[in-house]
Design a protein around this ligand. Structure first.
Ligand code: ADP
Ligand code: MG
Length: 730
């Protein structure tokens, strides 16, 4: 195959794909089944199984509530019920499914096949197989904690997250969501600290509610709805771009002439082939009991979004992993590749994962729902002030919790929430907060102020059109939206940190409440004290303006807010006991677990960057230099020919010079980069900093030269799919 034809063939393939129509089940009379008929058909939760007696269900519920040990005979009943259910659905295998620190999920399959005493083959899942597994922990990232590290690790069944079936081409596997811990009980996964953080926050928030007029509240759940953004590119282009395959992002590429300037893609009509994909995606998610709700085009061409109805944090975190996996799977069936990377294409918007977050009591109260009378208002304002203080005080750890190589291309770039952590509250709450800060809310006009506030706040959920898209942490009516989370990451880590930060401030607030109430203050007056305290200490973190502007960077600096630009600048925070004390004190993380995460994340950053850099150098040699030489040869012979003919023309010589100049600079930079890679220090932190501050700028410069060359090159000599191809042809 000649060099230019790989791209040509890809273009032909992409432009001529047929839509894949999947067979949606019908009622036999040609009508599609309503979603409610198949929603959740691929999940098993003990609480909904008809073959488990109510009394056992209650026992299991109380195990969840109290955290006490699960009885073997109860586990046996569940194991039997789920085995029957799974076998009937055609499953042959089961696995413990967990989230190790790779950022992805892991599963090791075992067959149900066993033999009974008489040697007859049977299908079986024992109670102990359900409850505990023993994958070899040494093959998962443990961040160099090998000294104290036991090869043995345990997976332990998480009763709160439903089991589910994954379907292969001709078989099904029952997945049992589990936590993954070391022999010494150290969390080796994302789920364990998340569960701890949820119960810590529940404890403190429940106490807060009990003290502030809700004596019957027994627990508070963290609620979470994740909006997932992604790109779709045709499979043919994907495999013709080694950088997409190796690094998940195009390391270089000249922007198409039209990108998103016309803003015509966002919420525009969904292209037919993509809609077919989305229909199948929703169908699969619904069968998995995942309440996929909205789907639409995103800002960049080729970019889309899916959002679920919110639910409790732990299940939402598991389900977001399943959503990412299902997006990839279903995309593949439609000859697309889904790119979950935070910035697959420079110059157009990157992908985030808005983490919508709130708290709900067992009595059904959303703690971030503003009320329409003074009391519920005071409770709402106090909770909001607690969250603002939490974000202000623990901004650095929150920043570190969303750090990754991919996210570095979004945060601080001109089109995503900046790496300065600030809070957007909007005008109405902003005004009330100002009044409280300036002491006006407790003056003689206080009642008017709060009354007025009450009416304004009641309107909030309905009227939040002025929402600020540039804030990394925004109040949006009845929830906060942590927008700085990256599209490819597991949401469990940032959510654990957020929960821990908020429960930390709840704990302090509860002490204040107790003191104030004991001194005879009314609940409202005591809540006002909390508001005053937190608003005066944290008002600097509130910013309602344009988070993308340069002025904000200056202003934030003046306010003393941290601006940790790259992953390399902030991961060490995770290992800084002064910063993370609130997590260890509340037993959400052990110190050793944080150290592990610091090592794992730093090593991952370094590895990802080195893969990118090596891929880049490789592509220069395999694609760019040969294309340039070819073009130079063509130009050279034209120049020579013209000389022979005695013709005078500058075009060829100019092009020759320009190509030559860019190529020389590119080559020079690539050679420098190779040397810099060879001289990288051993220490992982120094290594990360060097990569971020010295190697990446060279990488960006190289991309610039590649783009110059691409722009000069004739279509037929440029073999790599262009941004135009990848973003527009489908
Ligand atoms: P938006 O326009 O703000 O993106 P949506 O109402 O579509 O608005 O909400 C986006 C996401 O927020 C959805 O995933 C939704 O389930 C989630 N969400 C809504 N209310 C809550 C809540 N109380 N707690 C957590 N997430 C929530
Ligand atoms: Mg949103």
């Amino acid at each position: 195959m000649s060099r230019e034809s790989i791209r040509t063939v890809s273009k032909l393939q992409a432009a001529n794909r047929e839509e894949r129509i999947f067979e949606r089940p019908t009622d036999g009379r040609g009508n599609y089944l309503p979603v409610t008929e198949y929603f959740g058909e691929n999940i098993f939760h003990f609480s909904e199984s008809s073959s488990i007696p109510t009394q056992i269900k209650n026992e299991l519920e109380s195990v969840i509530q109290s955290g006490k040990g699960l009885k073997k005979e109860h586990a046996e009943i569940v194991a039997k019920a789920v085995t029957e259910w799974a076998i009937e659905k055609g499953a042959t295998h089961f696995c413990h499914w967990f989230q190790p620190l790779t950022g992805a999920t892991a599963e090791k399959h075992d067959a149900f096949l066993d033999f009974d005493r008489a040697g007859k083959p049977i299908e079986k899942l024992s109670a102990s197989q359900l409850v505990q597994g023993e994958p070899d922990a040494s093959s998962f990232p443990n961040g160099g904690s090998r000294a104290t590290f036991e090869a043995r690790g345990y997976t332990a069944w998480d009763l709160t997250s439903p089991m589910f079936l994954i379907e292969g081409a001709s078989g099904k596997t029952l997945c049992i969501p589990t936590a993954f811990v070391s022999y010494h009980g150290e969390a080796l996964d994302v789920k364990t600290p998340l569960l701890r953080s949820v119960s810590k926050l529940s404890e403190q928030a429940t106490k807060f509610l009990n003290l502030s007029g809700f004596p019957n509240t027994k627990s508070v759940n963290v609620t979470c709805g994740a909006e997932q953004e992604y790109f779709l590119v045709d499979k043919a282009f994907y495999f013709a771009r080694p950088d997409l395959v190796m690094a998940g992002r195009a390391l270089f590429g000249a922007p198409a002439v039209k990108n998103q300037q016309l803003e015509d893609h966002y919420f525009g009509a969904i292209p037919e082939r993509v809609l077919c994909f989305m229909e199948e995606l929703d169908y699969e998610l619904h069968r998995l009991g995942i309440p996929a709700k909205t789907r639409h085009n995103e800002v960049a061409p080729g970019q889309f979004e899916i959002a679920q109805i919110f639910r409790d944090a732990n299940v939402a975190a598991d389900q977001n992993q399943l959503v990412m996996a299902t997006i990839k799977n279903v995309a593949n069936r439609h000859n697309f590749v889904a790119l979950l990377h935070e910035k697959p294409f420079a110059g157009v918007n990157g992908s985030g994962k808005h983490l919508n977050w709130s708290m709900a009591s067992d009595e059904g109260l959303n703690l971030l729902e503003p009320g329409d009378e003074i009391h519920s208002n005071m409770r709402f304002l106090a909770v909001t002030s607690i969250i603002v203080e939490a974000v202000k005080r623990h901004a650095k750890v929150l920043r570190a919790s969303i750090a990754s190589a991919g996210n570095d291309h979004r945060l601080g770039a001109n089109e995503a929430p900046p790496s300065i952590i600030s809070v957007y509250l909007g005008d109405a709450i902003g005004k009330i907060f100002d009044a409280i800060k300036d002491g006006k809310a407790t003056s003689s006009e206080s009642k008017v102020m709060l009354d007025l506030g009450a009416r304004q706040l009641a309107m909030l959920p309905k009227d939040n059109t002025d929402r600020n898209r540039t804030s990394p942490f925004a109040f949006t009516g009845n929830k906060f939206e942590f927008r700085a989370v990256g599209s490819a990451m597991a949401i469990g880590l940032p959510m654990s940190i957020l929960n821990g930060a908020v429960s930390d401030i709840f704990e302090e607030s509860n002490k204040i409440l107790e003191t104030e109430l004991a001194a005879g203050k009314t609940i409202d007056a005591a809540l006002m004290e909390i508001c005053k305290k937190w608003i005066s200490s944290s008002h600097q973190v509130i910013f309602n303006g344009d988070g993308y502007s340069d002025e904000w960077v200056q202003e934030a600096n003046r306010r003393g807010l941290p601006n940790l630009k790259t992953t390399a600048d902030c991961l060490h925070i995770i290992n800084d006991t002064k910063e993370t004390n609130f997590l260890t004190r509340q037993e959400i993380f052990r110190a050793s677990e944080l150290e592990t995460r610091y090592h794992v994340l730093t090593e991952r950053y370094n590895t990802i960057r080195l893969i990118e850099l090596h891929t880049f150098i490789d592509m220069i040699h395999k694609f760019i230099i040969p294309s340039c030489l070819e073009y130079k040869k063509e130009l050279g012979s034209v120049i020579k020919e013209q000389k022979n003919l005695g013709f005078q023309s500058n075009v060829e010589t100019d092009l020759y010079k320009e190509i030559n100049l860019s190529l020389e600079s590119l080559y020079e930079n690539a050679r420098n980069l190779k040397n810099m890679i060879n001289e990288l220090p051993e220490d992982i932190d120094e290594r990360a900093k060097k990569i971020a501050h010295e190697l990446m700028p060279v990488c960006f410069a190289m991309a610039e030269y590649c783009n110059q060359i691409e722009c000069l090159m004739p279509e037929g000599l440029w073999e790599l799919p262009s941004f135009f191809d990848m973003l527009y042809l489908r």
